[in-house]
Design a protein around this ligand. Structure first.
Ligand code: ADP
Ligand code: MG
Length: 370
């Protein structure tokens, strides 16, 4: 395979596999959705359509318009420990992809029946790979550029897994929250979610405000303030552009970008619109939705006394950090990340939120500038 290009899917060596071992990846239907959505994002998709039947064990289908796979890569990709994203452990520190373990497709195929249909750029003919009960079959398929993965009969032969699942409504609820989190983390990508044939979410891929309208409502989106805060953690934090009014990753690049280590941007819904529960602070680190209690508290502290007591904010806070300062390898599902300089990051987030809200308050504005 010596002559194959940088996008080729390869098997990882033993040492790398051991270093990034994750344990059981697929524990519930929402994990399947997360893995497939992350693969679609890594493939550069601009549009991701998710379909779910029942609690997800019946059928999950994720279709993207990303770069697709050549046949050879598609066949290899469903094998364990195969990836195009890293070559070995030395690539880990700088990996900017969401995936890198090369385990997801194989684990999904192990937990259910998997059908992958894909067409790469400049190919007239696509490929369909089916894996069921340990047998793999390959056929031609017609498809526009991109990839569709359909998973059926999830956990059919794992009664213990099936029994550990919550009600279908709760399992779908997790999937729904997860897709909303990705849609807010990646507002330039259009997402849709269909449950039992009924569309439950659609974001247009046109920025944070429109994603907020879709996930929440016009009222919440109408009270949102875009913010874009930069801080140099190396020199003790604080240097910042403050409220930028240019959300969704389209900020102006300054000439001395080299000094900027942290960027926090997104949208803060004004305290006129609050919730009684805590899960409405949508955090993302380097394009991946994460749960991080410390950062959540930093956002809430940034709102400070603006929040009525007992109320929680609605906010989207996306952090960009140098890949080396985030370790996504601590959690099998990568939902939790370890941050180097967690104190400084939390402080920068709190400051950024407070500055943006103060500025917005001074302008008595409830508008997002994008
Ligand atoms: P990982 O994402 O960790 O590399 P996966 O098992 O999820 O491992 O995927 C294996 C490989 O299959 C990926 O590295 C990628 O090359 C390819 N792949 C998977 N899903 C897609 C997709 N939706 N579009 C294009 N390529 C994909
Ligand atoms: Mg993956």
């Amino acid at each position: 395979e010596g002559g194959r290009g940088p996008g080729a899917v390869r098997e990882l060596d033993r040492a790398t596999v051991e270093r990034i071992a994750a344990g059981e990846v697929i524990t519930r239907p929402a994990r399947v959705v997360a893995e497939l959505v992350e693969n679609a994002l890594d493939a550069g998709a601009e549009r991701i359509d998710v379909e779910v039947d029942g609690d997800g064990t019946d059928r999950i289908r994720v279709a993207d318009d990303g770069r697709g796979m050549a046949r050879e890569d598609a066949v290899r990709a469903v094998e364990p420990h195969t990836t195009s994203k890293i070559r070995d452990a030395s690539d880990l520190a700088n990996a900017d992809s969401l995936g890198f373990r090369g385990e997801a497709l194989a684990s999904v195929a192990d937990a259910g029946a998997l059908e992958l249909t894909t067409t790469a750029e400049r190919e007239d003919l696509g490929t369909r790979v089916r894996v069921a009960d340990g047998d793999t079959s390959v056929a031609d398929a017609g498809r526009a550029r991109g990839t569709t993965v359909e998973v059926t009969d999830l956990f059919a032969d794992r009664p213990a897994r099936r029994e550990s699942l919550a009600s279908p409504a709760r399992e779908f609820g997790r999937i729904s929250e997860l897709v909303a989190d990705y849609a807010l983390a990646r507002p330039a990508v259009a997402f849709s979610l269909v449950h039992d044939g009924r569309e439950t979410l659609r974001t247009p891929g046109t920025g944070t405000t429109d994603a907020l309208v879709a996930v929440y409502d016009r009222e919440a989106a109408g009270h949102a303030t875009a913010f874009d805060h930069r801080a140099d953690l190396g020199s003790g934090g604080g240097a910042s552009g403050g409220e930028g009014g240019n959300g969704a990753g389209c900020g102006k690049e300054s000439a001395n970008d080299a000094a900027v280590e942290l960027r926090a941007e997104g949208a803060l819904v004004a305290p006129a619109v609050t919730r009684s529960t805590r899960e409405h602070v949508h955090l993302a680190v380097n394009g991946r939705p994460v749960a991080n209690e410390r950062l959540r508290r930093a956002v809430a502290s940034g709102y400070g006394t603006l929040l009525p007591s007992g109320r929680e904010p609605v906010a989207v806070v996306r952090l960009s950090l140098p890949p080396g300062s985030v370790d996504a390898n601590v959690h099998p599902a990568k939902e939790r990340v370890a941050l180097r300089d967690a104190d400084a990051v939390a402080e920068a987030v709190e400051t950024g939120v407070r500055d943006a809200l103060t500025t917005a308050d001074l302008r008595r504005s409830g508008e997002v500038a994008m």
